[in-house]
Ligand binder design. Structure first.
Ligand SMILES: Cc1cc2nc3c(=O)[nH]c(=O)nc-3n(C[C@H](O)[C@H](O)[C@H](O)COP(=O)(O)O)c2cc1C
Length: 321
């Protein structure tokens, strides 16, 4: 990949999202954390704002009903009165893809979102039909939408490019939240993905994982990214709907190498262990982790977590970061 090719890809992002400034920055579509308020603030500031959409795609999905309302509010917040493209993206967790074509695509089409983000499939092949469903709707109604796929390996990037993704988000293992259990840091993964895609596919590449400021952004661009995605940094903002103690814990945390850990146990401890086993997650070391390390059984840690929630206390809640 020559620097001229990377310049071309940088231009493509500007062409696709003309309202964005350089460097291209998007917030991660964090379900439960990236709502219309955060997403519109990011877009207004020159980035591409994403809303965390859903992982339940059934006709009765409360997540999809909520998303419908969030997208209406986003259009109004941005003061867009016509029915043109909404400069907001929506992200989906795809390990249970049933219902995507029937219930998700029409909703996205209705709101004319400018980007759809797919992440964490059961198998990489599962994204093929979802991308085709978006493309079918796109040609039917001249809907201008770009498909983002988050990947954690070179193989995942190759599959996403073959399936027709427009933007590949390369997630390194510094990332907060869920991620590939077998992965690599951006330092090695990003140049590897950039090199492997070469000139064969016309895709833009974004970097995600551990980026919080200009230094990380410059480093990612140097490693071959066309822009960056940040998750944790956006949780610690006024616009994010996370409870204050989660934001404070992130701001107060020092030395992420020591104060966070990548493990499947974070989900186990709060009985939300639904991700397929190729994924784990990075979070701050909290009470549950410390108790577990000192020999308390998983069952007892879960019991204590549930009891705390019943008492209205969420200090045991996982702080993805
Ligand atoms: C609180 C939190 C929630 C997240 N939720 C999602 C999600 O719903 N879907 C998704 O694709 N990625 C999710 N991620 C991962 C992000 O897509 C992204 O890879 C990550 O935030 C980048 O690393 P950073 O947090 O160090 O910036 C989440 C991350 C965090 C911190």
């Amino acid at each position: 990949m020559s620097s001229t090719d990377q310049e071309k890809d940088l231009k493509i992002l500007k062409e696709w999202f003309p309202y964005t400034t350089r460097p291209f920055i998007a917030n991660a579509p964090m379900i439960g954390f990236a709502d219309f308020r955060l997403a519109t603030a990011v877009t207004k500031a020159g980035g591409l704002g994403f809303i965390g959409g859903a992982f339940n795609f059934s006709a009765e999905s409360a997540q999809l009903a909520k998303l419908d309302g969030e997208l209406t509010k986003a259009r109004s917040e941005l003061g867009i009165t016509d029915s043109g493209t909404l400069p907001i993206g929506v992200g989906f967790i795809t390990f249970t893809p049933t219902g995507f074509e029937e219930n998700v695509v029409p909703l996205l089409e209705k709101h004319r979102v400018s980007a759809v983000w797919l992440s964490f499939p059961q198998s990489d092949d599962d994204h093929g039909p979802l991308i085709s469903a978006i493309r079918d709707a796109q040609t039917r109604t001249e809907w201008s939408v770009k498909v983002f796929v988050q990947v954690g390996t070179v193989q995942g990037a190759a599959t996403a490019a073959e399936q027709g993704a427009d933007v590949i988000v390369v997630q390194g293992i510094d990332a907060g939240g869920h991620q590939w259990a077998r992965g690599a840091s951006l330092m090695s993964l990003l140049p590897d993905v950039r090199g492997s895609l070469g000139n064969v596919y016309k895709v833009a590449i974004l970097a995600a994982g551990g980026i919080v400021d200009g230094r990380g952004c410059v480093a990612a661009l140097g490693l071959g990214a066309d822009g960056v995605v940040m998750g944790t940094r956006f949780v610690a903002t006024e616009e994010c709907p996370a409870p204050p103690h989660i934001k404070n814990s992130i701001v107060k945390a020092q030395d992420g190498a020591f104060s966070t850990v990548k493990s499947v146990q974070h989900d186990v401890f709060q009985s939300t262990d639904v991700f397929p086993r190729q994924y784990d997650g990075r979070a701050l070391i909290g009470i549950s982790w410390t108790e577990s390390q000192s020999g308390v059984s998983d069952d007892e840690v879960i019991r204590r977590y549930k009891e705390a929630i019943k008492q209205g206390e969420d200090h045991r809640r996982t702080v993805w970061a």
